[in-house]
Design a protein around this ligand. Structure first.
Ligand SMILES: [Zn+2]
Length: 277
């Protein structure tokens, strides 16, 4: 059976921050509506490299994007390209980096934030730029507004794969640190938005996965190997069977997992799926 999948990437949200702040997601786990595992990211724990790792099932050393300064269009088989090749519809609400990775078109500052082109790997999108981002102005969209854009795309285009990339926890972490009140509050703000969005997306027929690209340490940083940078949570709302709750999942399995849930054959280079059935 081919299922539709939503993946939420909470940028910069580490494992302990998710478990301690995400009351809605953790409540769903406690009630049995969802499952949650600890997940270990690839390295280095940087955003651009991990976006590509999540979508290709490859290490940065393999897909070739190992630095945010080295961002370029993806050259590896990925969730968006394989889904499109299989006749599926793809969509995203995400920061501009995703346009660079999966939309083979120049970024037009006055037009590209709204994107509809069936000949690109992300076919429908609402992008945001964060132009001017810094410690004085976070330039981060409201979590609930991002969820609203997701819902609009889901209802208008019925994408088989729909990505939400939310940036504000990472932004606040870089300004105040990964153990700060400001960072923790923003992680909760994502959870508070998802408490209204997830039930709606489930009613629209989606399986929902929620995870992070990497965590954030108290020094306002990530990129290395510290547990606080590398351990993230992986939540799953859906019907598949997964491993025991104390299994530590690999972030490299996300790509094959999403594709198999959609009924699309993963690329042979991708690390294996962790959900079955
Ligand atoms: Zn960051």
């Amino acid at each position: 059976m081919d299922r539709k999948v939503i993946l939420v990437i909470m940028d910069g949200t580490g494992y302990n921050a998710a478990l301690s702040q995400c009351g809605y997601l953790e409540g769903a786990v406690e009630l049995g509506q969802a499952r949650r595992w600890k997940m270990q990211t690839a390295l280095p724990t940087l955003s651009g490299p991990m976006y590509e790792t999540i979508h290709t099932g490859l290490w940065p050393h393999e897909h070739g994007i190992a630095s945010n300064e080295g961002m370029r269009a993806s050259t590896s088989a990925n969730v968006f390209s394989l889904a499109r090749s299989a006749g599926k519809t793809t969509a995203a609400v995400a920061q501009e980096y995703y346009h660079r990775l999966y939309v083979d078109r120049p970024w037009d500052r006055l037009r590209s934030i709204e994107h509809h082109d069936p000949d690109t790997d992300i076919q429908h999108a609402r992008f945001y730029s964060m132009e001017g981002y810094g410690p004085v102005n976070a330039v981060a969209p409201a979590e609930i507004d991002l969820c609203a854009q997701m819902t609009i795309l889901a209802e208008a285009h019925q994408p088989d794969y729909l990505l939400l990339h939310t940036c504000a926890a990472d932004t606040l972490g870089h300004t105040y640190g990964g153990t700060s009140a400001e960072y923790h509050f923003q992680v909760w703000m994502i959870d508070n938005a998802l408490s209204r969005a997830v039930p709606t997306w489930r009613e629209l027929g989606y399986e929902v996965m929620v995870t992070a690209d990497h965590g954030m340490n108290a020094d306002k940083h990530h990129g290395g190997t510290e547990d606080i940078m590398r351990d993230v949570a992986f939540y799953y709302f859906g019907d598949a069977e997964g491993p025991d709750g104390d299994t530590v999942l690999s972030q490299l399995g996300i790509a094959a997992t999403i594709l198999e849930r959609m009924g699309v054959e993963p690329d042979t280079g991708m690390r294996p799926s962790f959900l079955k059935g």
